[in-house]
Design a protein around this ligand. Structure first.
Ligand code: NAD
Length: 297
């Protein structure tokens, strides 16, 4: 069992830190939000007054932060950055979804200090974070991957080694572009059926047993009332925020320019999510994209 510092206790990081503590690791966590700290304190996670305090004696650090700028600031800020304060031989696992170039820059800085760094973004959403069944997509050395597995196993069930540093983020970027596309497609099909008088629950059952079956339809249905515990049935409380999906689609678009890749569906998905976010839905769950396609009641 390891001594682990956990930075970023939001919708994902909170339940991940709790599961890690339940798995027997000693977890000390920090978040800028007092509310986020209070939520994990009752569940066996030690809380710290700063990121620097959280890493005291840590063999590994896990971060679950919104975007690349937060990750680079936490680790590399000239004054407060924690990377240079870590013990030699420590392991950093950044589970946030960020651009591959920032992940590689962090790994390079870590290598210069004798600290192993892996990008280890996740898939599965809040439900999988709570259940400890996340998928991890890791980028880094084979040696660091072996060390990481023992820790990540406390929070997930599928742990993949995608390749060198940055490869985990590339895998995550591809996955989330596909997720955005099939969430919009699923919402579009369900709304088309509803506009024609079909019960979205019955239509979902039909498509789940047919060739339209997909994760958004099966696990994260965007139509209110089809699944009791879905974000859609709870007023689109996140979950996974529209603003974060816009960020992820932005990463895919920037990368598609650099890698000269044609991504017409991803590009359209980014435009639709951006319009939806600009209409005041940025903090809602990403399955609320259905409302963009609904007739006003
Ligand atoms: P969130 O906004 O709920 O949580 C982020 C947390 O980071 C917040 O509690 C915030 O206070 C904290 N934070 C920000 N800056 C900080 C700093 N400098 N020091 C300490 N804490 C700081 O976001 P989330 O939904 O938990 O997502 C986190 C990451 O995981 C994102 O990169 C997201 O794209 C990715 N992700 C989210 C989901 C999902 O379903 N929500 C699924 C897979 C991946």
């Amino acid at each position: 069992m390891s001594t682990v510092a956990f930075i970023g206790l939001g919708n994902m990081g909170g339940p991940m830190a709790i599961n890690l503590a339940k798995a027997g690791h000693t977890v000390t966590a920090f978040d800028l939000s007092e509310k986020a700290l209070a939520a994990v304190k009752a569940e066996g996670v030690n809380i710290a007054a700063s990121a620097a305090d959280a890493i005291a004696g840590a063999e590994a650090v896990i971060s679950m932060l919104p975007a690349g700028q937060h990750v680079l600031a936490v680790y590399l800020d000239e004054e407060t950055g924690i990377l240079k304060q870590l013990n030699k031989g420590a392991l950093v696992l950044d589970c946030s979804t960020i651009d591959a170039d920032s992940a590689r820059a962090l790994a390079k800085a870590g290598a210069e200090l004798g600290v192993g760094v892996m990008d280890a973004p996740v898939s599965g959403g809040v439900a999988a974070a709570q259940a400890g069944t996340l998928s991890f997509m890791c980028g880094g050395s084979a040696e660091d991957f072996e060390r990481a597995k023992a820790i990540l196993a406390g929070m997930g069930k599928n742990i993949f080694h995608a390749g060198d540093n940055g490869a985990g983020q590339v895998a995550k970027m591809c996955n989330n572009m596909l997720l955005a596309i099939h969430m919009i497609g699923t919402a579009e099909a369900l709304q088309l059926g509803a506009n024609n008088g079909l019960d979205p629950k019955v239509l979902s059952e039909i498509m789940l047993a047919s060739s339209g079956r997909n994760w958004s339809l099966e696990v994260y249905n965007p139509y209110p009332g089809v699944q009791e515990n879905s974000a859609a049935s709870k007023g689109y409380q996140p979950g996974f925020m529209v603003d974060l999906m816009i960020k992820d689609l932005g990463l895919a678009m920037e990368n598609s320019i650099d890698s000269k890749s044609s991504v017409p569906m991803g590009s359209l998905a980014r435009s639709l999510y951006t319009a939806h976010g600009m209409a005041g839905n940025g903090q809602k769950d990403f399955s609320s994209i259905l409302n963009l396609l609904r007739k006003p009641s």
